[in-house]
Design a protein around this ligand. Structure first.
Ligand SMILES: Nc1ncnc2c1ncn2[C@@H]1O[C@H](COP(=O)(O)OP(=O)(O)OP(=O)(O)O)[C@@H](O)[C@H]1O
Length: 224
């Protein structure tokens, strides 16, 4: 599903965020990226979602080199990817429900299906009472959960998540993990960048550790 081949990324003027990273993530796999702050986790996610081009190397999704895609083809691919990034902003003058509904509206889902899906996601994330709240008035942890709900709402084939539990207590963290596991169970490829050991401690999925922009190790969770 995702293939990185000798991918390097430099940001101007001279920051090397990733150097010669090669990696395959299978279709339907749940995959964790860990590493210290600045190790390159967010950069990998941005390359996979084609928000940043690699400086060298290839990033392929389902056999397509994504930084060579343009126009309609790129838009079509992006529709299949749900992203929840720290700097991927919500529309702060719209309600939580409206923000979550957006990805389904652009793919012309029926209003009743959208309404049910939005309510169900808000309930799963303990946000049922925030349905009609403007997201600008939500706490950071609540906004983070709305971002996640928006990412998974349209059942994308791939979900990319950056620090999904950074501002959350243990109980809410568990709800977020369950939501991501449900996405995974329904067939999505789920890639999660995190510092939060509690969310990968008991996993049997693969965990990749980045150190200073390079792969330090990739292990199965139960051997970690
Ligand atoms: N837009 C940018 N311009 C310049 N340098 C950048 C940019 N984005 C990231 N960097 C740098 O690239 C390196 C990797 O950053 P990245 O955000 O990928 O790390 P990270 O592992 O996600 O960190 P964190 O856990 O703190 O989010 C860091 O040194 C960072 O300062």
């Amino acid at each position: 599903m995702v293939e990185l081949i000798k991918v390097s990324k430099r940001y101007p003027p001279d920051v090397t965020a990733l150097s010669s990273v090669s990696l395959s993530v299978d279709r339907g796999e749940m995959f964790f990226i860990i590493g210290r702050s600045g190790a390159g986790k967010t950069t990998i996610l941005k390359l996979i979602s084609s928000m940043e081009p690699p400086t060298s190397g290839l990033v392929e999704i389902s056999g397509q080199t994504i930084h060579r895609l343009k126009g309609g083809k790129l838009a079509k691919l992006r529709q299949k990817i749900g992203v929840a990034y720290q700097d991927f902003k919500l529309l702060t003058d719209r309600t939580a429900a409206e923000n979550i509904a957006i990805s389904m509206e652009v793919s012309y889902k029926k209003p009743q299906i959208i309404r049910n899906r939005v309510r169900s996601l808000l309930e799963q994330l303990d946000l049922a009472d925030k349905h009609d709240t403007i997201t600008g008035e939500l706490s950071r942890g609540e906004q983070q959960r709305v971002t996640l709900a928006r990412a998974v709402a349209n059942s994308p084939t791939m979900v990319l998540v950056d620090e999904p539990t950074g501002n959350l207590d243990a109980d809410t963290t568990e709800r977020v993990v369950k939501l991501l596991q449900n996405s995974h169970k329904s067939g999505a490829t789920v890639i999660i960048a995190t510092h939060d050991e509690s969310i990968y401690r008991n996993t049997s999925c693969r965990i990749m550790e980045l150190r200073q922009g390079a792969i330090h190790s990739i292990v199965r969770g139960d051997q970690a």
